[in-house]
Write a protein that binds this ligand. Structure first.
Ligand code: PLP
Length: 477
């Protein structure tokens, strides 16, 4: 059978395990060695797996299969090593295959593999929440656990609405997001988010009481900015206009990513976040920072709120909380918001919300081990030491063909390419394929290449990433 999408038929139980997968699993368990694979994609049935955010038919004609990872590198199915310039999907902050996390997960699995989180507790949940609270900006010391960034966003929005109801101001139901925002893929997240493609297929069923701030992307004024762009603080003033339009007493919260990630790395213009905070405070509106990408060290501080010196009322997080090894998210909540809901009789649930896997014991163990590594290796602030080197390296690509813009902040960089006539994203996709085959994993969004390596990256490895990317750009049509 070729690699085209074909249904092999039969129920799951009837199908033998894929020989390639079986061989790999056996080899991994028996020897814990890096695999020396012979093209398992040929033996895989690719038809059943409906891949997320993927051009499925294109992929299945020419699959890219990763079979192992360690440190800064993935291993391809042909045994070739490729350097990870995107920390997986912005999540593997401490690098791959950390034995300390694997050990903690293994121990937890054999101690308490699962426990209900409704009306029941387990030590790891309390330990982790307390530890995270110490890491969070001052005042945001109440923590609600989720399993993903999307769930964190929906949770934060629900807490904001519940808070205003508890305060007797249920008329504050409107939420303001931002154009080009990516706040996950739940209905709440795509409603407040502002990436057109993520909304288009579901239009008509988004949250009704939502409006959007303008995005801050301004190629004319800010092209090739290093760090925070000079222009765009006035984009925050659009919030005053929305408040004038809707009335402050109808607005529950504003949600923005401090640095827009998935839209292609858009650092906040100088003064912009400060202005948003000023306006929200003036009108008593909650400010939510979506730090699913920026949380856990990506911009040189535990949270971007700390890097930019602007403290919101809630922070959403996920990804780096477990170093990406297990699904988990956390919402940090200002204590007053939490306390406003701790009313009524003691036996009344304060928030009708939660997930079967909230504070999953194994995820908690992974997160605690991850935080140990972050602390021991100083990873939550390390980016400050290598940021300048990273910035110079990324901007060195300026003279390469097709470059429209380059931007960076912390360990987040973006190279934006001119779109080709055959469609937005086609050029960057070709680059992704070339890089994958030649030894570099990149993340692309449209025609933007986002570079966000694990926080353990050395300066030599940064140079290697940029050299490989530059060479691939030279080959690009
Ligand atoms: C800022 C932001 N919010 C939310 C999400 C959604 O996270 P998840 O994919 O874990 O649901 C992402 C994912 O990239 C993100 O970047």
């Amino acid at each position: 059978m070729g690699r085209e999408a074909q249904d092999s038929g039969g129920t799951l139980a009837e199908r033998p395990p894929s020989p390639a997968l079986f061989a790999f699993t056996k080899m991994s368990i028996l020897s814990i060695e890096r695999p020396n694979m012979t093209s398992p994609a040929n033996a895989l049935d690719l038809s059943s797996y409906w891949m997320p955010f993927t051009a499925n038919r294109q992929f299945k004609k020419q699959p890219r299969i990763l079979v192992a990872a360690e440190g800064m590198h993935y291993t391809r199915e042909d045994g070739g090593r490729i350097i990870d310039s995107s920390a997986g999907l912005w999540c593997v902050n401490a690098g791959h295959a950390r034995p300390e996390i694997a050990d903690a997960v293994q121990r937890q699995l054999m101690t308490l593999d699962y426990s209900p989180s409704f009306q029941m507790g387990q030590p790891g949940a309390f330990d982790l929440a307390a530890r995270l609270a110490r890491l969070a900006p001052k005042g945001l010391d109440r923590v609600f656990f989720t399993n993903s960034g999307s769930e964190s966003v929906d949770t934060a929005l629900k807490i904001a609405l519940a808070y205003w109801k508890a305060k007797g101001q249920g008329g504050r139901f409107r939420i303001i997001g931002r154009e080009k925002g990516y706040n996950g893929v739940g209905f709440g997240g795509i409603s407040v988010g502002g990436l057109v493609n993520n909304r288009r297929q579901f239009a008509g069923q988004l949250l009704p009481a939502v409006d959007h701030l303008p995005h801050t992307w301004d190629l004319q004024k800010n092209a090739f900015s290093r760090g925070q762009p000079e222009h765009g603080v006035e984009k925050a003033d659009a919030l005053e206009a929305l408040i004038a339009l809707h009335g402050a007493d109808t607005i529950a919260a504003v949600i923005v990513e401090p640095v827009a990630g998935s839209a292609g790395v858009l650092p906040p213009p100088k003064g912009y976040l400060e202005r948003l905070r000023e306006i929200t405070e003036k009108h008593g509106i909650l400010l939510i920072f979506d730090e699913v990408i920026t949380g856990f060290g990506r911009v040189g501080a535990p949270f971007a709120a700390e890097r930019f010196g602007v403290t919101p009322d809630l922070i959403t997080s996920a990804k780096g909380i477990t170093n990406g090894v297990l699904p988990m998210g956390a919402v940090f909540v200002r204590r007053e918001i939490h306390d406003a809901l701790m009313t009524g009789p003691d036996n009344a649930m304060e928030l009708f919300h939660g997930y079967t896997y909230s504070a999953h014991p194994v995820a908690c163990a992974a997160a605690l081990a991850t935080l140990d590594i972050y602390e021991r290796e100083g990873l939550l602030t390390r980016v400050r030491d290598i940021e300048k080197h990273f910035e110079d390296a990324v901007h060195s690509l300026r003279s390469k063909p097709h470059v429209l813009d380059i931007r960076n902040i912390g360990l987040m960089g973006a190279v934006e390419l001119k779109p080709r006539e055959d469609g937005v994203g086609a050029r960057a996709y070709d680059l992704l394929v070339d890089c994958f085959n030649s030894g570099l994993l990149i993340r692309v969004a449209g025609d933007v290449i986002a570079i966000s390596p694990p926080l353990i990256v050395t300066t030599d490895q940064i140079d290697d990433i940029i050299a490989q990317l530059g060479a691939a750009m030279d080959r690009l049509k």
